[in-house]
Design a protein around this ligand. Sequence first.
Ligand code: G6P
Ligand code: MG
Length: 216
Amino acid sequence: SKKAFIFDLDGVIVDTAKYHFLAWQKLAQELGIEFTPEHNEELKGVSRVRSLEIILALGNVTATDAEKEQWLYQKNQDYLAYIENMDASEILPGVLPILEYIKAKGQWIALGSASKNARPILEKVNIMHLFDAIVDGNDVSNAKPDPEVFVRAAQLLGATNENAIVFEDSVAGIQAANIAHMTSIGIGDAKILHEAQFNFNDFTFIEPSFIDSLLN
Ligand code: G6P
Ligand code: MG
């Protein structure tokens, strides 16, 4: 039966994970909190609010709700400045051919992202038309590793969780897919994403025959 191929956005389809990192790092620096690329792995796939909580906990910083609101706003403004002039050249290598192959095979394609900026980004890089369903940070209340974002995407398409395949660059996202009994495919460092059922460094390593093997 028809499968639902669910894609995370940041760090899977587009190279925006680096911009989230830079924007968080700037804030952490201003707050005097040490924030390394290793710390950043914990933030991938995680909501904006939860990300700030993790950073503040790293520095043992307590803050009022008003301060937190201000910092979340500031981080997003910095992030928006980074992505302002984004175009199709920031689609990660190998992603477009795979999206088009899945489409040509008559399968479903969905977005499952924690980002509230997901839709404008899909428009900027001109791939909105490839998606049969979009679920993003505006649609869900539970952040990954809660599987809500992926379960909602599968439901919108009328697919069972078992017929859903998730592409993720974050530990939290792989855990979410596994919790929902979806097929989990890690994109990135296999050591970090060791909980994934399959792992590829990037989409250039994914052959059409691998996609075919998921259709049986
Ligand atoms: C994705 C990214 C995270 C980001 C989150 C929220 O999951 O991996 O780094 O914090 O989305 O994104 P937003 O654009 O709403 O701040
Ligand atoms: Mg991601």
